[in-house]
Write a protein that binds this ligand. Structure first.
Ligand SMILES: Nc1ncnc2c1ncn2[C@@H]1O[C@H](COP(=O)(O)OP(=O)(O)O)[C@@H](O)[C@H]1O
Ligand SMILES: [Mg+2]
Length: 289
């Protein structure tokens, strides 16, 4: 269903949607807005079949932060993203977005409109369209029906240019998305996500399958959009984490095991124990076939 949202949201959705976040300040201002956390999880529990996957999880992130989330398989990382985006409802506990939004009171698509963007969940890339046409489709996303058939306003076009520049695809605008190599396709997806004007970006393993130069460029893109956006990145690639993370949160058994700089968490005996334990398990698995 296409139409204007009759309910004004606590966060301005952004008129043209594209690049409002790149133009305006990092976040809408308001009383106490500057020191608000973008995200607070308080004693969040999720159970599947009676098993605790998130176990009284407490987690906070400041606005503008680029935070990395790591942890062994099954730690609950994806479930945590599912809870933040409203895909999975906590069994108990509370998730607060932007200091004021109780996410339990909103459905998944409403949280997208409120500025929580997740890669893989956004309209996916149309392979038969050019890079630029993909942005045009994304720009029409929140427009009223007549807008879909009108030329995009000059201001929106300017914003598309900014996003293209941010993700390094200006020179690719007329190429069909389907011919882009893996890395550029991922940047296009990140760009299309930015086109929806999110305040909080959730990325699950964005550098999986990338070459080293692609990985480094992705890190640079994330750095360049941090500050004006808050970004939570789930990542397995430790080389990438070491290079680009400032603060890392380690999740284990549905709880925060450790948090701090890369150095701090790497030297944390609890983290070493968990990762070594897992390596031994895996070696054991290989050994047994
Ligand atoms: N929909 C589901 N139903 C039942 N169990 C699930 C479901 N989703 C995840 N799990 C279980 O929850 C645990 C955590 O999964 P997940 O959040 O995907 O971990 P991670 O992303 O850290 O690898 C795993 O043991 C997984 O099998
Ligand atoms: Mg996962």
């Amino acid at each position: 269903m296409i139409g204007t949202d009759p309910h004004p949201s606590p966060l301005p959705a952004g008129e043209g949607t594209i690049g409002t976040a790149l133009h305006s300040g990092p976040f809408p201002t308001g009383e106490g807005a500057a020191d608000r956390n973008v995200l607070d999880l308080s004693k969040v529990c999720v159970q599947f079949d009676g098993l605790a996957v998130l176990d009284e999880l407490d987690f906070s992130m400041k606005r503008g932060e680029l935070r990395f989330l790591i942890g062994p398989n099954g730690a609950g990382k994806t479930t945590m993203l599912d809870v933040i985006t409203g895909r999975t409802r906590p069994t108990s506990g509370k998730v607060t977005y932007n200091g004021i939004v109780d996410t339990a009171r909103h459905r998944e698509h409403e949280l997208v409109k409120l500025g929580i963007g997740r890669k893989f969940q956004t309209p996916t890339v149309f392979h038969s369209l050019t890079v630029y046409e993909n942005f045009e489709v994304a720009a029409a996303y929140k427009q009223t029906l007549p807008m879909l058939f009108a030329d995009l306003p000059a201001r929106t076009r300017e914003r598309i240019e900014k996003v293209l520049d941010t993700v390094g695809l200006s020179g690719r605008r007329n190429d069909q998305a389907g011919i882009l190599p893996h890395g550029e396709l991922q940047w296009l997806e990140i760009g299309l996500l930015l086109a929806q004007d999110p305040k909080l970006l959730l990325l699950d393993e964005p550098v999986a399958g990338m070459t080293r130069p692609e990985r480094d460029k992705t890190g640079q893109i994330l750095r360049s959009i941090a500050g004006s956006h808050s970004i939570l990145v789930v990542e397995h690639d430790m080389a990438f984490v070491r290079e680009f993370a400032t603060t890392v949160t380690v999740l284990h058994l549905g709880k925060v095991l450790s948090e701090g700089s890369v150095q701090e968490v790497q030297n944390d005996p609890r983290v070493i124990e968990v990762y070594l334990g897992h390596r031994h398990e895996r070696e054991g698995e290989h050994a047994s076939g």
